[in-house]
Design a protein around this ligand. Structure first.
Ligand code: COI
Length: 360
């Protein structure tokens, strides 16, 4: 069993300054005082687990991550439960996906209990950073990089696991999200790394995200890489549509779509609420036509960071379609969002046992 040692910062953020930072942290810009770090080597396995002050990593420039990109990450959120204690949402699902990503990138697997222990140990020192305002949480970012010093192309024999915590507000700061459908770029091909949560997938999405921004959109939506017809996922989140009969449809997992924990939770929660939840391939042209005819009445983005974010408009080279005035969230979208958030925030029954109390 690997135990964490604790090195606390000599310069903690003063409480009054932290209070100001937590008022409106936005997403991904504010960090807590500490981080978790664990080393891996082939001979020692996972070892030297520490909580340290948050600080730069000393890395040799020949570390393989800089050259061949063995990097994976996760995103999860901590909330404050009604008893004031930290609460996570399905962290075991993130740990399982982290291990699956490691296997795809030929990296060492971090055992689930070590990942959970890193969160528990970090929160022991930094739990005061969990914000409690509407839509706020402490975003947790576990990641792993390869750090063997070697320029040959092969799986590294050494890895570093790091956990950061970042108080965050809503990922999208405004009402409905606008989505650019790219016909030019694809995200993941069959047999590729689409299902893994690796930095490379996000790096390759950025130029398409720039294309989306240049067309006035918040997010990019990718089609399948083979036929360029089927809806896959967006730059950093999955997508769902609501038909006019109230049923919800999302593309099935096909190896190139990320296995979203939020996606899976919504499929199960929606069914529990009596909503018909369908996993079915969706042809983009047909989706545009169905939105125009009113057969598809709502769409939303879903992910850990995005939670459930209503989509107002889709744009594409060939034309645009929007829902109503393009800025009014749909009813089913908001019903699902409320149901999910109420479980995450300890405000409703937890029929699936998804909440995870962190014993500090
Ligand atoms: C998440 O939802 O946690 C993500 O990883 C998306 C993102 C901000 C890259």
């Amino acid at each position: 069993m690997t135990h964490f040692t604790f090195e606390t910062t000599s310069r903690p953020t003063p409480a009054d300054q932290r209070k100001i930072l937590l008022e409106d942290p936005k997403f991904g810009r504010v960090f807590t005082d500490h981080m978790a770090i664990i080393h891996y080597s082939e001979d020692k396995g996972w070892h030297d687990a520490k909580i340290t002050p948050r600080q730069p990593l000393p890395l040799d420039p020949a570390s393989t991550v800089f050259h061949y990109g063995q990097e994976i990450f996760e995103g999860m959120k901590a909330y404050k439960g009604r008893d004031g204690k930290p609460l996570l949402f399905r962290p075991q699902a993130n740990a399982a996906r982290f291990a699956a990503s490691a296997r795809r990138l030929a990296m060492a697997e971090l055992p689930e209990d070590l990942l959970l222990d890193s969160i528990r140990s970090l929160l022991k020192l930094d739990q005061e950073w969990i914000p409690t305002g509407e839509g706020q949480s402490l975003y947790l970012r576990p990641f792993m990089i390869s750090n063997e010093v070697f320029l040959g192309v092969k799986p590294s024999h050494e890895y570093l696991y790091v956990l950061l915590a970042s108080p965050a507000g809503a990922y999208f700061s405004h009402g409905c999200v606008s989505v650019w459908v790219t016909d030019r770029y694809t995200r993941a091909a069959p047999g590729g790394t689409g299902e893994a949560k690796c930095g490379g997938n996000y790096a390759s999405s950025l130029v398409a995200q720039m294309e989306a921004s240049a067309n006035g959109c918040d997010q990019v939506l990718f089609l399948d890489a083979v036929e360029k017809r089927y809806v896959e996922e967006m730059g950093g989140m999955n997508i769902m549509f609501v038909r006019h009969d109230g049923s919800v449809v999302t593309p099935p997992l096909n190896g190139s779509i990320l296995r979203g924990v939020t996606r899976d939770s919504l499929l199960r929660l929606g069914r529990h609420m009596g909503i018909t939840m369908v996993e079915e391939p969706l042809v983009m042209d047909e989706v545009f036509a169905a939105i125009e005819k009113g057969d598809i009445a709502e769409a939303f983005a879903c992910g850990t960071a995005a939670v459930v974010s209503p989509i107002g408009v889709f744009k594409r080279e060939s034309g645009d379609v929007k829902f109503g005035d393009g800025n009014t969230p749909g009813e089913t979208t908001m019903k699902l969002r409320k149901a999910l958030e109420s479980i995450q925030r300890d405000e409703a029954e937890d029929p699936f046992g998804w909440r995870y109390r962190v014993a500090l």
